[in-house]
Design a binder for this molecule. Structure first.
Ligand SMILES: Cc1cc2nc3c(=O)[nH]c(=O)nc-3n(C[C@H](O)[C@H](O)[C@H](O)COP(=O)(O)OP(=O)(O)OC[C@H]3O[C@@H](n4cnc5c(N)ncnc54)[C@H](O)[C@@H]3O)c2cc1C
Length: 468
């Protein structure tokens, strides 16, 4: 049986690796020459620049297993545990996000009124409305407007670069949703959940690799060998004898590849174009999944020119603060403070993020404008007046999928449509989690499903003394 996976980001590569490891004939067709999709690391002038994710949470055992099998577990590096502040800007000042219950009461990030409102959370009744709640509606109802403005809004910016007023709580933060559904509230749920035990909780640490996150897709494609083919722009898909025909362009020439199973592991819009000849309905649902653009302005400075201790992961700017103060950036990741090797000695590296749902026209700005916008904000917030000695601008037109209200209904409709096209599967960050870890776990689940279905077919055909 031949399986083709279209898209060599972390989702496609993980699924392919797992199927390959289990003895199935699988090939990845990737548009770029390079594997990794959103994950991309480059090194220049002593800086390590991440074009997409800088790190991901170390919470999945599956990710460890994968790294171990690939022989890269020892290359994993963890965020500096002594510099753990996550700053949020309020009235022009950086204020650390509280990390424990006591700090929730002593922080100057919220007013006394805001704190009193927070204390009422355990007494707020469970939601009984019929319509789906947005993140903003849920958070304001349970904890008040100030907690939304100065904790959850920047957090949502950090994960989705999105607007909490438009994103679905149930789809974006299913665990938070479940705390209310199962236990009646966030505080109650956290306490009862902790008492209940279950699998021991892993430390919430961020990790990357010595040479950046690109290590992971590089190693996956290395193991796949010539089962990873770069430079294949897949155009469409049609039914063929015993399966599918994949139409693609390679070196400007149209080619057809045949397979019994196909996994589309591209962003939703590309998957829509490819699937369109087979199902207009699925294509329409896929097209409805919104993405926001992100621009990264990576800057390198002399450490001596920065007065701040840089004792944390960086800062995020709440949208309320952005509107009031006219900031342009969403936040800044202090890359060289989190992991070693991100800047050479005596230098610091900041990954400044712009765009998202707050500024969807960000791609229209020139390099000069993007640099000026970033430096203006760094000057106001961090008091950096000097020019950077290194700048790299990365434009990501469809950076992060937005799980807006109705997301789960859309995904269910897509899944239902797929039942009419046996042998065709979808994978990717627009389905059930945007983080790198989520993508890996979901891709493994999909690979197991494909293998299970394949072995059932083998058994059925085996009784007819035939095999695929
Ligand atoms: C700027 C940014 C910052 C992020 N920060 C974090 C973070 O800090 N932590 C975290 O955990 N996650 C982060 N993420 C999210 C995470 O990186 C992504 O969700 C994840 O890498 C997506 O992987 P994927 O394989 O699903 O999709 P992609 O990486 O988008 O891969 C899809 C692949 O399909 C290919 N493709 C598209 N069309 C075709 C075609 N027609 N034919 C063949 N191939 C095609 C593309 O070239 C691409 O390689 C970030 C993402 C971005 C963009």
């Amino acid at each position: 049986m031949k399986i083709l996976i279209i898209g060599g980001g972390i989702s496609g590569l993980t699924a392919a690796y797992w199927l390959h490891k289990n003895g199935l004939d699988v090939t990845v067709l990737e548009k770029d020459k390079r594997p990794g999709g959103s994950i991309r690391t480059e090194k220049e002038k002593g800086y390590l620049i991440e074009y997409g994710p800088n790190s991901t949470l170390d919470i999945y055992r599956e990710v460890d297993d994968l790294c171990e099998e690939l022989g890269i577990l020892d290359n994993k590096i963890f965020a500096d545990s002594t510099n753990r502040n996550r700053y949020v800007v309020r009235e022009g000042r950086l204020r650390p996000l509280p990390t424990g219950p006591l700090q929730f009461l002593t922080t100057d990030l919220w007013s006394i009124k805001g704190k009193l409102r927070l204390l009422r959370e355990p007494f707020i009744p469970k939601y009984s409305g019929a319509s789906e709640e947005s993140i903003a509606q849920f958070v304001v109802r349970r904890t008040g407007q100030e907690f939304l403005d100065y904790a959850i809004d920047p957090f949502v910016t950090g994960v989705f670069a999105g607007d909490p007023g438009r994103l679905s709580l149930k789809s974006c933060f299913p665990k938070m949703y479940a705390l209310e559904q199962d236990y009646g509230g966030l505080v109650k749920g956290s306490i009862v959940g902790r008492k209940k035990g279950g699998e021991p909780k892993r430390k919430m640490r961020l990790f990357s690799f010595k040479d950046g996150l690109q290590t992971l897709p590089d190693m996956l494609s290395k193991v796949l060998g010539n089962h990873f083919i770069g430079g294949c722009d897949v155009i469409s898909l049609r039914k063929g004898s015993g399966g599918f025909e994949v139409i693609m362009k390679r070196n400007g020439v149209e080619e057809i590849a045949r397979a019994n199973r196909v996994v589309l592991a591209t962003p939703a819009r590309f998957a829509a174009n490819i699937i369109h000849p087979l199902s207009e309905l699925i294509a329409t649902h896929l097209m409805q999944i919104e993405y926001v653009p992100v621009v990264i302005v990576f800057t390198g400075f002399d450490r001596g020119h920065i007065k701040h201790k840089l004792d944390g992961f960086g800062f995020l700017i709440p949208s309320k603060e952005s509107k009031q103060q006219g900031y342009s950036i969403l936040g800044s990741i202090w890359s060289s403070a989190i992991f070693p090797g991100r800047a050479s000695d005596g230098k610091v590296a900041f990954t400044n993020i712009l765009g998202g749902a707050r500024k969807t026209d960000i791609l229209e700005y020139s390099d000069r404008e993007l640099i000026d916008m970033s430096l203006r904000d760094l000057k106001t917030i961090l008091n950096i007046g000097d020019k950077p000695d290194f700048v790299r601008i990365v434009r990501q037109p469809r950076a992060i999928p937005q799980y807006t209200l109705g997301h789960q209904v859309r995904i269910k409709s897509i899944e239902k449509g797929l039942q009419d096209i046996p042998g065709l599967y979808l994978a990717g960050n627009y389905i059930n989690g945007v983080s790198v870890g989520h993508c890996i776990v979901e891709a493994m689940k999909l690979a197991i499903k494909i293998k299970d279905q394949a072995s059932k077919i083998k058994i059925t055909l085996g009784t007819l003394t035939k095999s695929v």
